[in-house]
Design a protein. Sequence first.
Lengths: 170, 400
Amino acid sequence: MYTLFEQLFREHYKTLCYYANIITKDMEVAEDVVQDVFVKCWSAIQNEKLEIQQEHYLYRSVKNSALNYIKAKNIRQNYVNAQKTGPPEESTDSDTLVATETRERIMEAIDQLPPQCRKVLILCVLEDKSYKEAAAELGISINTVKSQMTKAFSILRPRLKDLTMLIYFL
Amino acid sequence: MKDMNPVEKAKMQDLMIRSITADPLTVKEQKELSDWLDLNLRNRQEYDDLITFRSLIKTEQVNPPDVDRAWRKVSKRISTPLVAPLRTSLFPKWLKYAAVLAIVSAIGLLLYRNLYSGSGNRPELIFAAVRSSSHHAELILPNGDHVKLQDQTPLNISGNQNALVARNKGNVLVYNAGEGQQGYHKLIVPEGTQYEIILPDKSHVWVNSGSELTYRVDFNNAAIREVKLVGEAYFKVAKDKKHPFIVKTDHMDVEAVGTAFNVIAYKGGDYAETALVEGIVNVTDKHGNKQRMLAGSKIRISNKKVNVLPALEKVSLAYDDYAWKDGVFVFDNMPLEEICEQITRWYHIKIVFTNDGAKKLRFTGSMQKDKPLSTVLKFISTSTTVKFEFKNSTLYITKA
């Protein structure tokens, strides 16, 4: 079980960190979040509440933990701002709030992609890997990387449609 | 896009997607893409959406995570034993301590004499006078009355209608399950003493020096068994799945069903800590981050780091984390700085380190807490090179 768990960890750790970093915007925090999720996951497996191969569970937990972190941080930030003298800077607060909500929606969309699609997308867009490097890392052909990317965006596109509009509103 | 054939459309999609990745477009491809984007507004809009998407999710210049390092950290955290290690490891550990103790005390006396033989005033004599438990614990009743809990004489505490609420005997306060009582009781345990209390639900709490515990008298009628703690206490919670037992502190809340755990949350302390000995508890920090703890682990929230860490820091648990409840000091390779925190509270003295070097020195040994201060200092001075000086009820520690 332990070996299986280590495999699971090594297979997904890096990708999950980049995934968490979408919302934490701080890789150190992202790493903490992901490590915590794995530790929790381990105890859930020990208590027989979780099967070991639960990739989807990992992504969902990482997303929720990262969001909890960022929400707590925003609340603290708002509190600090409120303590400051002078007029409150409304705009920056709502900025981060809307941006967080938008990122949350994007993460949900990524979360729902088929596993290989998701991995390819994170590798190529977030980890700055070329198609060739991504193909080598996953042990698939460059053409598969290409088709997975096309597939990922054909699923994401309808959800991205109003993004630009939303951002222009800010 | 209606006017394009599917092959060309797919090619443009591919180019657009590749343009937001690290996969470089050739000059020719770049030209093709920009021509296509200029073709109509819809194309441009689609491309803009992609760019926005990328800018929203991507952080530039990221230090890539180190998987090996992370695995070392995680494997350490998950290797804490699942079942409380006490039953098996406690006894041998005690024997080990006992052996250390015997040797240490023998050599200790010799060394101690040598160490102080030059100085004019014999600290031994002063330290010998510094003992604990010169103070009594107090109970504050709902009407604001303070009741002194004497060590020797049995004491009955009555509520309204003179119904018996609790009995005090020795250093133990025992509550009746009696219903119809109302209001809160607050147990104040001063420095230099510790107290045991058995709550109406039969949960057993050991309250350490310099701590306060507040709880409802009609504990059994509440949906949630809630106590508030400032300081340190060890809880052995009576099983009752329908009524969760929650320890509230300034920095974290600990929720248990039926388990044993130690909570440290001193006012002005650098950290709050929960050490779980048996069972399972949930710990929630003040930002609502919740974690489930397993037996044999320890969670610490540092005040200094509270704005940085979303994660609760976890360490594995040892007997010296809660040995105090059995009336002993147990130091297992503990830094002098932490030892002195315990000594300060127990002997009610001030301790000053004249240089930082001494703080990090580590010491191993165990001792009954009813011994005078001199005995503790004797132990410490045998295996570590520190000098003690006692002036105006302050103990000065210097690394020799």
